[in-house]
Write a protein that binds this ligand. Structure first.
Ligand SMILES: *Cc1c(COP(=O)(O)O)cnc(C)c1O
Length: 446
């Protein structure tokens, strides 16, 4: 939520930045306030048509507001509008990106990774799977049926054979189903999801590593949403073990624009073995001039990229280093705590049924009922009524079998049930959980 106090701080910092260019002949780009103002007024009015994402009462989809320092640093860097494709387009921001990559890699115990920021998790996953295919050409890539849809689509784009592995009632990859696939001997890479987008389920990585020792395949961890939880202290023991194993995988995707307090346009891909750089080799006749030093465009598929994303992330790391037990790590524990509070309240209320064992800060639940159609309608109604009380949840379609694991339901024509989902990914949700529960209980009672 950019606000007036932030704008004042931006002005102060802008003076310092401008100072670095003071010896240039005077030049001011054209600005026509008379034409700008009405357009901006119109934009402001149009943008009112949104859910109130920054407010803790928005507890629906996976949307987390950027930290003020990220917003201000991003805006400040727009004085330059750096392009992190090449040093020629953004010297300072490229250096900042390299420092950010070292910080993120250190979260997983990696000291010399190859990595860079991307426009988002989709692009980052595409690069990881592209490298996987270079290393195991023609072999299959597997991911669980709860993995992000992007993996199926990326493999289509890259023309890599793909298989979905069944998942358990908790939403993580089913190891028996995985081993059945591995026995076929044609698997090059297994994608483990460290925090699924729907349920926040974490795949059993230690056991998948044991299968790797037996069958030999590459492991790519899609931690776009869940990666930062490696820093959390409040994880269950089993989930902790799964995160600790991340240091063993071959590549990791993590999205600073999901849990890392960044504006959109900031994903990240890391490779444990820097020698995969050879697959990126290309000769660009027109982009790399300024030095023999590494230009980020030499190790990424995207060409132009917002250097401002790196500046914002760097500023955030300066203020809130991504280290265990730090302030940022504690803020993730608060999200987990919010989930536990809401879960306990829903468990204690017969009007609701929690449909899984939440591992992170996502909870999927339902109004209690006994047939698929009625339950779907009741959840939709609760969603609407909550929304009128300014409490914004999300809806998710779940297979009937998933729901009937926790709530016996009559045989039905329907394949899926509309359920309620809440992503409690703002640290403030910890303090607001009480209010959120209050609204839910009132709605459940009536
Ligand atoms: C969000 C997400 C993606 C896609 O990332 P974008 O940044 O939205 O492109 C991929 N995988 C997982 C697990 C995600 O949560």
């Amino acid at each position: 939520m950019i606000n007036h106090a932030e704008i004042a701080m931006l002005e102060e910092a802008l003076e310092t930045l401008e100072g670095g260019f003071a010896d240039l002949p005077a030049f001011a780009p054209e600005l026509d306030p008379q034409r700008l103002r009405p357009v901006l007024e119109e934009v402001a009015t149009r943008m009112q048509d949104n859910y109130p994402y920054p407010h803790p009462y928005y507890a629906g989809q996976m949307l987390k507001p950027p930290h003020p320092v990220a917003r201000i640093a991003y805006a400040l860097s727009m004085y330059i509008n750096p392009n992190n494709h090449a040093l020629d387009g953004g010297r300072a921001s490229s250096a900042m990106e390299k420092e950010c990559i070292r910080d993120i890699a250190a979260m997983f115990g990696w000291s010399e990774p190859l990595g860079h920021l991307t426009g988002g998790g989709t692009m980052a996953n595409l690069e990881a799977l592209w490298i996987s295919d270079r290393l195991h050409p023609g072999k299959r890539i597997l991911a669980s049926d709860q993995a992000h849809y992007t993996h199926g689509r990326i493999t289509e784009v890259l023309k890599i054979p793909f298989g979905a592995v069944a998942s358990t009632a908790t939403g993580s990859m089913d190891l028996k189903a995985l081993e059945n696939e591995l026995r076929q001997g044609d698997v090059g890479t297994v994608v483990t999801t460290m925090g699924t987008t729907g349920l926040g389920a974490v795949d059993p990585l230690p056991e998948i590593l044991a299968l790797q020792a037996k069958y030999g395949f590459r492991i790519h961890a899609d931690a776009a949403y869940g990666g930062y939880f490696v820093l959390a202290s409040a994880l269950g023991d089993d989930v902790r073990r799964r995160y600790d194993a991340l240091t063993e995988v071959d590549s990791i995707v993590i999205d600073p624009h999901k849990h890392g307090l960044q504006p959109y346009g900031c994903g990240c891909v890391l490779f444990k073995d820097p020698s995969v750089v050879k697959h990126y080799k290309h000769d660009s006749a027109y982009t790399y001039f300024s030095s023999d030093e590494l230009h980020l465009g030499e190790i990424s598929l995207e060409c132009s990229r917002a250097g401002s994303s790196a500046v914002a992330l760097w500023a955030t790391h300066r203020m809130l280093p991504p280290v265990a037990e730090g302030e940022f790590a504690t803020s993730l524990d608060r999200c987990i705590s919010a989930m536990h509070q809401v879960r306990a309240a829903l468990d204690a209320n017969v009007a609701f049924t929690v449909l899984h064992d939440p591992m992170l800060d996502i909870i999927v639940f339902s109004v209690t009922g006994d047939d698929a159609e009625t339950i779907s309608a009741a959840n939709q109604r609760l969603f609407d009524r909550a929304s009128r009380r300014n409490l914004h949840l999300a809806l998710i379609e779940m297979p009937v079998e998933f729901v009937s694991n926790r709530m016996p339901i009559d045989a039905s024509e329907e394949d899926t049930v509309t359920c309620l989902r809440s992503v409690l990914m703002k640290p403030e949700h910890d303090e607001w959980a009480h209010d959120i529960i209050g609204v839910l209980s009132e709605l459940g009672d009536s």
